[in-house]
Design a protein around this ligand. Structure first.
Ligand code: HEM
Length: 445
């Protein structure tokens, strides 16, 4: 189990003082890798993630034009990764789980063994058969029937948030709306009583405080301990609720997870804590960033905003999908190559067993081979086969449907009641190699 903070530091940590720059000399051995000339960017350098978005986009566009994936870091020590930047490559790695393993950890550095033992394994870091077994149990939370029930809650929570915006006129869209909605939805789904919710949100915020590569070294060294303590306390709260529901089941997800008996299995207290943490990490921060970037995108593209407001019901689904394509809330996850593999088929670039690959979802979403005019924000884009929720395969985002429900409900409520709602100024971004995080976004209506 890994804290969001640690996950967010993935590339920052790959690029320690020993890490070499990008190895562009030969690419994967015996394959058509990049040849000659230095790469324009070093994805393993924390400084890269502080560059303005257009500079990073240009670097990825340049990487996509190369004949094979570039390796960043130090291949000799096994530190580093092949950057998969094309749509087809990210799809292949996602859908070939026997070759591209998640078990060694999808973030870098991989979670320590003792962390896994203490907190339980998160399903993102598991392979079959354990992944399939866990996913079968927790998928019960995401059946169309259950999500149908949740839809009403999502609408109610969205309406209450917009009520509060009208009444209190908060300045920051992230704190007032974007972070609140997914957090309240997950707590409601899980049946977390109102009372501990504030404490849990505080813990989540503490866990992910000062996220990204901007933190000082001293801070980085200190924070993991704090983050883990916060995580441990959060899991104790959730495990306690689990014990309570096992004795007195209610109509909620925790009750279903701790009492039902699929494959003769139900979740233990520790697995329940790990799952709840995963939902918070995977479901709150991603949706929050998508909502904030979404409002800003509509503000800086007034013609798209006018198009949307002219037919909110007809165009909102497409707009929400385009927000996720354009934003790519999660930048990348890693896989570890299980056996030597030629990417794209026989004769393709050779990836060697034991090496890491990084699946750059945002770059895949701008792949010129799949998306015409990929830098444009176009809410009418059809088809829109973006990889914001992953490239398919067994780990495909469990909450994709829920995330769409939340974004659609919130923007419908917001623009129906406050059609002038828009961001003010630039979002306050947090440099990170893991997610496109917005710390704050001022807004008005
Ligand atoms: C806009 C919002 C979201 C984005 C962009 C997003 C993106 C992703 C991505 C890229 C993955 C990895 C897919 C892969 O490795 O193939 C993932 C996995 C996951 N997501 Fe999401 N997600 C979002 C919202 C949510 C929500 C709302 C939930 C739940 C409440 C959620 C739960 C999960 C879980 C449990 C996994 C791991 C699945 C597994 O390993 O089997 N996500 N998500």
């Amino acid at each position: 189990m890994e804290t969001p903070m640690e996950a967010a530091e993935s590339v920052a940590d790959v690029a320690g003082p020993d890490a070499a720059g990008p190895d562009v000399s030969g690419g994967p051995a015996g394959a058509a890798g990049p040849t000659g000339g230095a790469a324009t960017a070093d994805l393993a350098d924390p400084g890269f993630w502080r560059l303005p978005a257009p500079a990073r986009a240009a670097a990825f566009a340049e990487l996509r034009r190369r004949p094979g994936p570039v390796f960043f870091g130090d291949r000799a020590t096994g530190q580093g990764f092949h950057a998969l930047v094309r749509h087809a490559d990210v799809v292949e790695a996602s859908r070939t789980p026997a070759v591209f393993l998640s078990g060694p950890g999808v973030t870098t550095p991989a979670p320590a063994r003792w962390v896994r033992l203490l907190f339980g394994d998160s399903m993102v870091n598991l392979d079959d058969p354990r992944h399939a077994q866990l996913r079968r149990i927790v998928s019960r939370a995401f059946t169309p029937r259950l999500l149908g029930r949740v839809e009403e809650d999502v609408r109610r929570i969205s309406a209450a948030l917009v009520d509060r915006v009208e009444r209190d006129r908060p300045e920051d869209f992230v704190a007032a709306v974007a972070a609140e909605l997914p957090f309240q939805v997950i707590c409601t789904m899980m049946g977390i009583p109102e009372r501990p919710r504030r404490a849990i949100l505080d813990l989540v915020n503490r866990t992910s405080a000062d996220i990204g590569v901007a933190r000082s070294l001293r801070h980085r060294l200190r924070s993991p301990g704090r983050g883990l303590r916060a995580l441990a306390r959060m899991q104790v709260i959730v495990a306690g609720i689990g014990r309570e529901r096992r004795r007195r089941p209610a109509e909620d997800l925790i009750s279903a997870l701790v009492t039902a008996d699929v494959d003769g299995r139900r979740l233990t207290g520790r697995e329940l804590g790990a799952f709840f943490t995963l939902l918070l990490v995977a479901g709150v921060e991603t949706t929050r960033n998508a909502l904030a970037h979404g409002l800003h995108l509509l503000t800086v593209h007034p013609e798209q905003r006018a198009l949307l407001l002219a037919d909110l019901n007809g165009r909102l689904d497409g707009a929400v999908d385009e927000m996720v394509r354009h934003t790519a809330p999660i930048i990348q996850f890693h896989r570890t190559v299980a056996v030597d593999h030629e990417l794209g088929g026989p004769g393709g670039p050779l990836l060697r067993a034991g090496e890491k690959v990084a699946l750059f979802y945002g770059s895949a979403n701008r792949d010129e081979a799949v998306f015409p005019d990929p830098e444009a924000f176009d809410i009418t884009r059809t088809p829109n086969p973006h990889l914001g929720y992953g490239g398919g395969g067994p780990h495909y985002c469990l909450g994709a449907h829920l995330a769409r429900q939340e974004m659609t409900a919130l923007f419908r409520e917001l623009f129906t009641r406050l059609p002038e709602a828009r961001s003010v100024g630039e979002p306050e971004l947090v440099p990170s190699s893991f997610d496109h995080r917005v710390r704050a976004l001022r807004f008005t209506f």
